[in-house]
Design a protein around this ligand. Structure first.
Ligand code: ADP
Ligand code: ADP
Length: 226
């Protein structure tokens, strides 16, 4: 089954704006997929629907074959979300942030500690496990957000404009961590308005504009057509 399957998804907001006008797409398990489009194209709306934060007007969304409206809890357990804004308590230590987050999702303390070490190592933050996270650089803080999302062992990691407004050094840092996570087997979907980001990271992409998919397929074949 695909990691994500979207069929004829429509969203009209209360103010009458048609943010999505019948979007269909499929993301295979293991893929690193970009949804590329300018501001206002409908990217956040789509990610919001997939992560159950926004109700669709019509259409279906399945995560690993589970319908997100019929079985919301089961679908959400497969998903990890990385928020755009840094929203952990910067007075806590990275290790505690990860362990407490997993605890909130019912992971035992012992299991959480072992996952936290693995995630901090993967994000190149292990040596910072015990410092106050207030002292972390911008790039480290972003990588910590990614590591935290992986603590529940999601099969699908979703990021909405993860690198919006961050400088190129930090972006490259985050890219490395995301590539590693994908190489280790997690499907990743991100939205971006940077073509170079999609080009560097993703195997497949869809280009969205005015609420419609205008092109989709492997990165290489789309680049050849641009
Ligand atoms: P993107 O993430 O690609 O910038 P969005 O999904 O945020 O696009 O927005 C798509 C369209 O829907 C835009 O015209 C935007 O103004 C509108 N929109 C987004 N959120 C809301 C909302 N909560 N209420 C009304 N209109 C919205
Ligand atoms: P920052 O740039 O946020 O201060 P660090 O101090 O952790 O990051 O970087 C230390 C070294 O590790 C640098 O040489 C950097 O290029 C490298 N590095 C940073 N992030 C990663 C990553 N995700 N994967 C591999 N190496 C990384």
């Amino acid at each position: 089954v695909p990691a994500l399957s979207i069929r004829d998804l429509r969203k009209t907001y209360d103010n009458g704006v048609q943010a999505l006008k019948g979007v269909s797409l499929e993301v295979a398990e293991g893929d690193f997929f970009a949804l590329l489009g300018p501001n206002g194209a409908g990217k956040s709306t789509m990610i919001g629907i997939v992560s159950s934060l926004v109700n669709p007007t019509s259409g279906t969304v399945e995560v690993f074959g589970t319908d997100i409206t019929a079985r919301r809890g089961a679908a959400m357990r497969q998903i990890g979300l990385v928020p755009q804004e840094i929203n952990f308590n910067t007075f806590e230590k990275p290790l505690d942030i990860l362990v407490n987050y997993a605890g909130f999702y019912g992971v035992s303390r012992r299991e959480a500690a072992s996952r936290a070490e693995a995630e901090l190592r993967r994000a190149h933050l292990w040596e910072k496990a015990g410092v106050s996270s207030r002292t972390l650089s911008g790039g480290m803080k972003r990588r910590l957000m990614i590591a935290r999302a992986m603590m529940t062992r999601p099969r699908l990691l979703i990021l909405d404009e993860p690198t919006a407004g961050v400088d190129i050094e930090i972006r490259r840092d985050m890219w490395r961590t995301l590539r590693q996570i994908n190489a280790d087997g997690t499907t990743i979907i991100l939205t971006t308005h940077y073509l170079e980001e999609a080009e560097y990271l993703c195997r497949n992409l869809a280009i969205i504009n005015h609420g419609e998919i205008v092109a989709s397929g492997p990165m290489k074949s789309l680049l050849a057509r641009l």
